[in-house]
Design a binder for this molecule. Structure first.
Ligand code: FAD
Ligand code: FES
Length: 270
C-alpha cells in the first residue's frame, strides 16, 4: 500500500451532469493496481477530511503512470472533489483491498454493471483485452436509468470487439436498448448462454437480485460491493458486511476494505 500525500491531478471532466472522470498521476499505485481494488482519497476542504472517501480504480495507464477514477457526485465530499482542477493535488492511499480474479479454465464470462458500477469493471475489461489469452467469450451488460447516463459505451464496445459475446444495454426508461433493469438481460444470458463466471458491480438491490439469479442457475460470480468506510485499511470495522459460512454455521461479519471489496457472489448475505 502506498501513501502519496501530493498526487497531482492530470485532468478532471464531467462526462454528464453529476458524473466525473478524474485522472491522477500516480506511477506507484498504477504499477501494482489490480481490477477491483480501490484507493482512499482525502478531500482536504472537508471538516472531517481525515475520513477519506473510497473509489474504485477505474483504469490505469502504466506507461504514463496515470490512474483514473469514475465517480458520481452524491454528497459533500464528491462535490468538493468535482471542483478540483488540473494540477491541484490530492492525498491518496492505495491500491487497497482484494480485486477480481479469473479462475483457471473459466473462459465464458459475463460482466454486468449497474450505473456507476462500470467503474471497476472497465479496468477488468481492459486487463482481459490486454491479456495474451484471447479465447474468452465476454457478454457485457450495461444498465443505466436513462440513455444519457450510459457510460463509455463506445470505449467498452471497442475493448470487447475482439471477443465473441457482445455488449447489451438496458435503461429503466427504455431510451436505449432493453426497457427495464439490467438484471433482466442477465437472466436471459444465464438462461440461454453457457456462462461460467459473472463479474458484477452496482447498487445493492442489483447485486442482491443478481446473486439470487446466479444461485438459481448454479453459476459462480464475483461482486464488488460497497459499504461506508472510515480507515480503509482494516482497523476500524466500520465497513463490515454479513457473509455466510458452510454447514449452516452462524454468518460472520467481514471487512469490505480488506476482505473485499470483491467477494464471491454466494458468500455475501444481501
Ligand atoms: C470500495 C468502494 C469503491 C467505491 N467506488 C466508487 C466509484 O468508483 N465511483 C463512485 O461514484 N462511488 C464509489 N464508491 C462510493 C463512494 O465512496 C461514495 O459515493 C462517496 O464516499 C460519497 O462521499 P460524499 O462525501 O460525497 O457523500 P456523503 O456526503 O458522505 O454521503 C452522500 C451520499 O452518499 C452515500 N455514500 C457515502 N459513502 C458511501 C459509500 N462508501 N458507498 C456507498 N454510498 C455511500 C451516502 O449514503 C449518501 O447517500 C465506492 C465505495 C466503496 C466502499
Ligand atoms: S474501513 Fe476501517 S475496517 Fe474497513
Amino acid at each position: 500500500m502506498i501513501h502519496s500525500p501530493k498526487t497531482r491531478i492530470v485532468s478532471q471532466k464531467m462526462i454528464f451532469p453529476g458524473c466525473c472522470l478524474l485522472k491522477i498521476f500516480s506511477p506507484e499505485i498504477s504499477r501494482t493496481a489490480k481490477p477491483g481494488q480501490f484507493i482512499q482519497v482525502r478531500i482536504l476542504p472537508l471538516l472531517d477530511s481525515t475520513l477519506r472517501r473510497p473509489f474504485s480504480i477505474h483504469r490505469v495507464n502504466r506507461e504514463e503512470g496515470e490512474l483514473s477514477l469514475l465517480y458520481r457526485v452524491v454528497g459533500r465530499g464528491t462535490t468538493l472533489l468535482s471542483m478540483e482542477r488540473e494540477n491541484d493535488f490530492l492525498d491518496v492511499i492505495g491500491p487497497l483491498g482484494k480485486g477480481f480474479n479469473i479462475p483457471e479454465g473459466k473462459r465464458k464470462l459475463a460482466i454486468a454493471a449497474g450505473g456507476i458500477g462500470i467503474a471497476p469493471l472497465f479496468f477488468l475489461l481492459e486487463e482481459l483485452a490486454r491479456s495474451e489469452n484471447k479465447d474468452y467469450t465476454i457478454y457485457t451488460l450495461l444498465g443505466a436509468r436513462t440513455g444519457e447516463e450510459l457510460i463509455l459505451v463506445k470505449e467498452i464496445t471497442s475493448l470487447t470487439e475482439s471477443f465473441p459475446g457482445g455488449v447489451e444495454i438496458a435503461t429503466d426508461d427504455g431510451t436505449v436498448g432493453h426497457r427495464g433493469p439490467v438484471t433482466e438481460l442477465l437472466e436471459d444470458v444465464l438462461a440461454n448462454r453457457p456462462v461460467e463466471m459473472v463479474y458484477a458491480c452496482g447498487p445493492h438491490d442489483f447485486l442482491r437480485v443478481s446473486s439470487a439469479m446466479l444461485e438459481k442457475h448454479g453459476v459462480a460470480g464475483q461482486f464488488s460491493i460497497e459499504e461506508r468506510m472510515a480507515c480503509g485499511i482494516g482497523a476500524c470495522y466500520s465497513c463490515v458486511c454479513k457473509t455466510r459460512r458452510e454447514n449452516g454455521e452462524q454468518p460472520v461479519y467481514k471487512r469490505v476494505c480488506v476482505d473485499g471489496p470483491v467477494f464471491d457472489a454466494n458468500e455475501v448475505v444481501f
